[in-house]
Design a protein around this ligand. Structure first.
Ligand code: NIG
Ligand code: FE
Length: 409
């Protein structure tokens, strides 16, 4: 996967994975010094062998620590009751309109203490690690008031500090119009822009600014206003685009210069073309299509059109209650026409690009952070061939083993 640090891999380049058979990695001070054939590395770093910790990955597959570029990690509670309702025919948007959905998790998150929110999120973070993920993006958006949006972002910041794990934060005050503002959505948009954005920026609590641009939530025009305002504060736009209905979200992402447009289940041909031209990364979340029993995003078409694709769990309690990025790789192959090589690119270097971190993570290259995942499979094809199994054996974060033998250290 060398050579895609400056720009994400597109088209055929998404299939270029650089395999070293019987390879070795020499790591020092948390960074990768060199990768190459084992004999070569052993000879070159002979002098260090006595003092170095040696991890034997014989018969296993070693990949860059996986990167999840779209999660709603910090939230309280679960919504299995809505899952049961959907199984008998209620729709996701219908449940939300009647005060459930995002509103239900917002109530739970508002009521949760900082400690409860921290503990619940930490549990999920550990699960991510156990599934080979070493960096996640984490969105706010279940606070919907200044106080509670800040609370969510503070929890993400604290988790990032306390853990070897890396978190990259996104402000998503425009995740839903609160129930008590539903007759005056523009007033809430104004509040996001004038009350929340400046505080989030002042406290340096987020790098990105995301909006749920969807019929019945925020219109493309309202989304544009929020994303343009975020830019003024140095926050890079991201969009939940064309998830449930076609709504020109992909087009908007290209127009506002978003780093990524996410979901894209219903993205138009024109929108896909515009994204490719503008270099907007498509973050696809097949767990959401799976769980909402919807049609999957057209990854094959997007890759062929030149859109750089990344994959993510969308980890959240309503539309994708999972943390298994490897399962998203399975779904990418089986449901979205991607190849096993492409899904690896989409969960490593392209995912790192989608959160602006490709300079430091996403590939096993000299100088990058030594984030490494070792799967107990004989070859990378087996990762998605034997599905529904957690194949993670070892996870190394910044040079330190944090998972060994499939267990947290
Ligand atoms: O990415 N679409 C909006 N937000 C989330 C779902 C949030 C929820 O249902 O709690 C998503 O699908
Ligand atoms: Fe999401």
């Amino acid at each position: 996967m060398e050579g895609y640090t400056k720009k994400p891999a597109v088209k055929e380049a998404m299939s270029h994975i650089n395999i070293i058979k019987n390879g070795s990695i020499f790591i020092e001070n948390g960074k990768i010094v060199e990768t190459g054939p084992e004999e070569k590395i052993r000879q070159k770093y002979q002098a260090h062998l006595q003092s170095a910790k040696h991890i034997d990955a014989t018969g296993k597959v070693v990949v860059p620590g996986l990167v999840d570029p779209h999660t709603h990690l910090v939230h309280a509670g679960t919504r299995e009751n809505e899952y049961a309702m959907r199984l008998t025919g209620r729709s996701y948007m219908d449940i939300m309109k009647s005060g459930g959905g995002i509103h239900a998790t917002t109530r739970a998150t508002q009521q949760a203490s900082l400690k409860q929110l921290y503990d619940e999120s930490e549990e999920r973070l550990n699960q991510f690690l156990l599934h080979g993920v070493t960096t996640v993006e984490a969105k706010s958006g279940y606070g919907l008031t200044l106080e509670h949006e800040l609370k969510q972002l503070e929890v993400a910041k604290q988790l990032d500090k306390d853990h070897p794990f890396d978190l990259v934060s996104t402000f998503m005050g425009a995740h839903a119009v609160p129930m008590d503002e539903k007759d005056n959505p523009d007033r809430f948009v104004k509040r996001v822009i004038e009350e929340m954005l400046p505080e989030v920026a002042k406290k340096k609590l987020a790098v990105f600014n995301d909006v749920f641009c969807e019929r019945g939530v925020f219109t493309p025009e309202q989304s544009r206003r929020i994303l343009e305002a975020g830019k003024e504060y140095g926050l890079t736009p991201k969009i939940h685009a064309d998830e449930i209905e076609p709504y020109e979200g992909a087009e908007l992402a290209a127009e506002v210069g978003a780093i990524s447009a996410d979901h894209l289940l219903k993205a138009s041909e024109q929108g896909i073309k515009k994204m490719a031209e503008a270099g907007v990364i498509g973050v696809l979340l097949p767990g959401t299509a799976f769980f909402l029993m919807a049609e999957f995003a057209e990854a094959r078409k997007m890759i062929d059109a030149g859109v750089a694709i990344a994959l993510s769990t969308d980890a959240n309690p309503g539309s994708s209650p999972t943390i298994s990025l490897p399962f998203m790789m399975n779904l990418g192959c089986l449901k979205m026409g991607m190849t096993p090589e492409e899904v690896l690119t989409a969960t490593t270097i392209n995912a790192a690009h989608a959160i602006g971190c490709a300079e430091s993570i996403g590939s096993l290259e000299p100088g990058k952070k030594a984030d490494v995942t070792i799967f107990k499979v004989p070859n990378y094809l087996t990762l998605s061939y034997k599905y529904g199994i957690n194949h993670v054996d070892t996870v190394v974060k910044a040079g330190v083993p944090v998972v060994e033998g499939g267990q947290l250290k």
